[in-house]
Design a protein around this ligand. Structure first.
Ligand code: MF3
Ligand code: CO
Length: 248
């Protein structure tokens, strides 16, 4: 079922979204060579809770950490641990927070120190792909318009689109209908309506888009070991476009 949110619900999602955004800003200065992913996760957990919110990922279907931290070839759902970030890594923080029963969800990839050309190309165009997708978000447009625009843009920049993972509706549940794939056919799929809240989240790869699951049953990595990037915002569909709930 696709739920349309009332203005009161959108207000609560805006607060959840603000908390997610502030958590990103809070963590950013810590993203340096030598910090462990566990230290980042602990900081995120404490910060989100200090904002009267709950880290939505914790215990979600048994997920053990507060946020998802994915390094280099890890596409999504990396689990914090003793691994130290090192110069030249890229790290994606995928942060979800629940405030008064409503979720916000935003992922961002960050460089650690100086990164190579393959990674900087990947990061630059994956971030742009997010806005290319969001540009399709308006009442009357359809879900397929978003994915079609993202995959066309990815192809133009020689990046792979991970097909196994999608954006999603969001609200009182972290994952609601509709599914928001990063590929598709323009003018097909669910029609967007004012009051829908969705997370748009291109996950692009520098090499082949094929992925596999690690033995921890969470971490999704590229098969060829090339890096992946991931940028995500939660937005509400407005009268004539969209509003980002997880931004400034
Ligand atoms: N933002 C992630 C997603 O949309 C949250 C995953 S929940 C977790 O897939 F349990 F995997 F962390
Ligand atoms: Co998401």
């Amino acid at each position: 079922m696709i739920t349309l949110k009332s203005p009161r619900e959108v207000d609560l999602m805006q607060i959840a979204g603000n908390i997610v955004y502030k958590t990103h800003q809070y963590l950013k200065p810590y993203i340096k060579a030598g910090i462990t992913t566990q230290e980042i996760d602990d900081l995120a957990d404490k910060y989100i809770r200090s904002q009267d919110a709950i880290p939505s990922c914790k215990n979600y279907q048994g997920y053990p950490a507060a946020i998802c931290i994915s390094v280099n070839d890890e596409v999504v759902h990396g689990i914090a641990g003793p691994r130290k970030l090192k110069n030249g890594d890229i790290v994606t923080l995928d942060i979800c927070a629940c405030y008064k029963g409503y979720h916000g969800d935003s992922a961002w990839s960050y460089p650690v120190g100086q990164i190579d050309e393959e990674k900087s190309h990947l990061m630059k165009y994956t971030e742009e792909a997010l806005y290319v997708g969001l540009n399709q978000v308006k009442p009357g447009n359809r879900i397929g318009d978003i994915g079609s625009a993202i995959s066309k843009f990815a192809k133009e920049h020689n990046l792979g689109v991970v097909k196994e993972l999608c954006g999603h509706g969001i609200g009182q549940e972290l994952h609601e209908e509709p599914n928001v794939p990063n590929y598709g056919i323009a003018n097909t799929g669910v029609r967007l309506k004012e009051g829908m809240t969705i997370a748009v989240e291109p996950m692009l790869t520098a090499g082949s888009p094929s992925v596999e699951m690690l033995d921890d049953d969470w971490t999704v990595v590229t098969k060829d070991g090339h890096p992946a990037a991931h940028f995500e915002h939660t937005v509400v569909v407005t009268k004539d476009g969209y509003k980002i709930l997880t931004g400034e």
